[in-house]
Write a protein that binds this ligand. Structure first.
Ligand SMILES: Nc1ncnc2c1ncn2[C@@H]1O[C@H](COP(=O)(O)OP(=O)(O)OC[C@H]2O[C@@H]([n+]3cccc(C(=O)O)c3)[C@H](O)[C@@H]2O)[C@@H](O)[C@H]1O
Ligand SMILES: Nc1ncnc2c1ncn2[C@@H]1O[C@H](COP(=O)(O)OP(=O)(O)OP(=O)(O)O)[C@@H](O)[C@H]1O
Ligand SMILES: [Mg+2]
Length: 274
């Protein structure tokens, strides 16, 4: 075996992807982690946006199990699931199915449309211009993700809570999240998981099949509603997962992933200083 670690192995190590996987063990380890963070910090709430996608469905159920675990140990804690639609969400029924499955202590709904639209409007009134409508829509999309972050941190601030993020290895590798938007969180219980492992955990937790198998979407762009992550990325999650789990992938996929990983390093680090 070569002494020089392959880029594939190095990236998998840096993103904490484990060589083996057992869904039940991972559920236990991650629930204990969340419950311990509550007890150790003395904070009393977990706060997470529930979109109807498989990542927040999975993380949400782990959060509810964790607060129940913390309460059983005598610590006062609640899980606040947040619905954060931009206006009317096309797949609202999936979000409702997720809430029904998670059975959170509390649901708090905040429409991020007024704040997101006002932010864009004041920027334009202030003189910001865009190259075209598509660029404006893309920037507006990141504003929506950051409005969700603002809403979750407001709740955490008022309720002595921790904001939960849904980042995992299959998203972290491509930097496919909004910096300081959905990328901002206090705890990230899905760390190190590939997308298929997130789905396996969702299934083991008993999530409905339509959510376990739901195609991922950031759903941030008004001009391309429900745009699939795989179309935006030009990469399939199966290939991303294979790469992270040490399986062979086509050379072009490997090159694209290594390039994206390097280009998005700044999103996984704290800001640089001199
Ligand atoms: N080399 C560098 N060193 C330090 N900072 C650097 C940098 N290059 C850019 N930056 C900064 O980073 C900014 C770009 O990052 P960012 O603002 O995030 O913007 P960007 O990466 O361009 O857009 C976010 C992407 O993530 C996708 N997304 C967002 C939210 C959720 C999901 C999902 O899967 O659900 C996906 C979204 O569809 C979009 O494709 C730049 O404007 C600049 O401020
Ligand atoms: N409409 C929404 N309502 C509430 N939270 C949201 C909404 N959209 C995004 N979020 C939050 O932002 C996170 C990142 O979105 P992302 O699309 O990566 O995850 P997901 O929707 O849970 O799963 P998937 O990636 O499979 O679509 C979500 O997990 C959720 O916490
Ligand atoms: Mg989604």
């Amino acid at each position: 075996m070569s002494d020089v670690m392959s880029a594939q192995q190095q990236i998998a190590d840096e993103l904490q992807v484990s060589a083996t996987f057992d869904a039940e063990q991972e559920i236990e380890r991650r629930v204990v982690f969340l419950a311990d963070r509550l007890v150790d910090t003395g904070l009393t709430a977990l706060v997470l946006g529930i979109s109807g996608g498989v990542d927040s469905t999975t993380a949400g159920r782990l959060c509810q199990l964790a607060v129940e675990r913390a309460r059983a140990a005598g610590h006062s804690a609640v899980f606040v699931a947040m619905r954060l639609p931009y206006g009317v969400q096309a797949d609202e029924h999936h979000a409702q199915a997720a809430l029904e499955f998670i059975r959170p202590d509390r649901v708090l709904t905040v429409d991020v449309k007024p704040a997101s639209d006002a932010a864009l409007e004041t920027l334009v009134n202030g003189g910001l211009t865009f190259t075209d409508d598509a660029q404006q829509d893309f920037v507006h999309g990141n504003i929506k993700a950051r409005q969700r972050m603002i809403a979750q941190y407001a709740v955490a601030g008022a309720m002595k809570g921790l904001v939960v993020g849904t980042d995992h290895a299959a998203e972290a590798i491509t930097g496919f999240f909004t910096k300081h938007g959905d990328g901002a969180a206090d705890v990230v219980p899905l760390t190190g998981l590939t997308k298929r492992r997130v789905r396996a955990i969702a299934q083991a937790l008993g999530a409905p099949a339509e959510l376990v198998g739901k195609p991922p979407t950031a759903d941030l762009e008004s001009l391309a509603p429900g745009k699939l992550d795989e179309d935006a990325l030009g990469l399939a999650y199966n290939e991303i997962d294979d790469f992270l789990e040490g399986r062979p992938v086509p050379a072009a996929v490997e090159a694209a992933l290594v390039d994206r990983y390097r280009a998005t390093e700044h999103k996984r680090q704290l800001p640089l200083g001199p």
